[in-house]
Design a protein around this ligand. Structure first.
Ligand code: NAD
Length: 261
């Protein structure tokens, strides 16, 4: 397989106006920096004010779990960027790691609110601006958990399957306006987030973190973690003219994941 550091896809996106939720850390931050590297103008949201200040990107604090914050973020992005061509609905939380019978209702509710309902609210607010731009792209972050069942992560899986249903429905509504809507389904992306999930799963299963890491990688035919840059590059591709005829798709970037654990 391809190993080593990945670089941003080389594509000229000069002047493309891009709003990204959850852009202060992780995949969202790599995406934002990659769009900037390609010449795009970016505006990000995040709930983590410290990281937002540290990331050096234009943006604002907005909680994806609050309807008013979603609307305020999209409005601010449109104002800052003087219009909008691309919305990346990236913000997400892992949700609880527990058997369904032990999941608290408020944990389920928060996971669905942040991981799928936020995409609905941000997209709803962004659509008139995308239409006014003469077309554009919405990229939603789902997960391999939106393609498989995920034991001990049912709230997350329910949200991420929801993202795919939302994506495929919205793409049909917006196709006539030249607005393309796609979902990216990352597999195990190396970084602090997956390490925390592995730790929680290891504890729940009563095995070591090393054992759980090996089990995670063993679910892929490439026996590998995905990088944040791999996901960012797919977003760049979908937002660029290369993606001109790609819409309504749930695209896995997951080292060929074959199963969950
Ligand atoms: P991350 O935790 O590293 O970063 C997520 C960002 O979203 C953080 O900056 C965080 O502060 C922000 N955020 C969290 N809750 C928020 C809220 N309520 N409002 C606004 N911002 C909020 O996660 P990541 O790995 O970069 O994941 C990004 C997306 O990719 C998520 O939707 C996640 O579900 C999806 N994904 C990640 C993986 C993986 O292995 N990392 C795999 C599949 C899917």
């Amino acid at each position: 397989m391809i190993s080593g550091a990945r670089t941003p896809l080389t594509v000229n996106l000069t002047g493309l106006r891009v709003a990204i939720t959850g852009g202060a850390n992780g995949i969202g931050r790599v995406m934002a920096n990659s769009f900037v590297a390609c010449g795009a103008d970016v505006f990000v949201s995040d709930i983590d004010e410290k990281s937002l200040a540290a990331c050096g990107l234009p943006g604002m604090r907005a909680d994806a779990g609050q309807v008013a914050d979603c609307e305020a973020f999209v409005d601010a992005a449109i104002e800052h960027l003087k219009g909008l061509d691309v919305l990346v609905n990236n913000a997400g939380i892992a949700g609880p790691t527990a058997l369904v019978e032990h999941v608290k209702p408020e944990e389920l509710e928060a996971t669905l609110r942040i991981d799928v309902e936020s995409m609905f609210h941000c997209s709803r607010r962004a659509i008139p601006a995308l239409r006014a731009a003469g077309g554009g792209a919405i990229v939603n972050l789902s997960s391999a958990a939106g393609r498989f069942g995920f034991p001990l992560r049912a709230p997350y899986a329910a949200a991420k399957w929801g993202v795919v249903g939302f994506t495929k429905s919205l793409s049909i509504e917006l196709g006539p306006d030249g607005i393309r809507v796609n979902a990216i389904l990352p597999g195990p992306v190396d970084g602090p987030r997956i390490r925390a999930v592995i730790k929680a799963k290891a504890q729940a299963a009563g095995v070591s973190e090393n054992e759980m890491t090996e089990r995670t990688v063993a679910t892929t035919s490439l026996k590998a973690f995905v990088t944040q840059q791999d996901i960012a590059n797919m977003a760049l591709y979908l937002a660029s003219p290369f993606g001109a005829t790609i819409s309504g798709q749930a695209i896995s970037v997951d080292a060929d994941m074959q199963c969950t654990m």
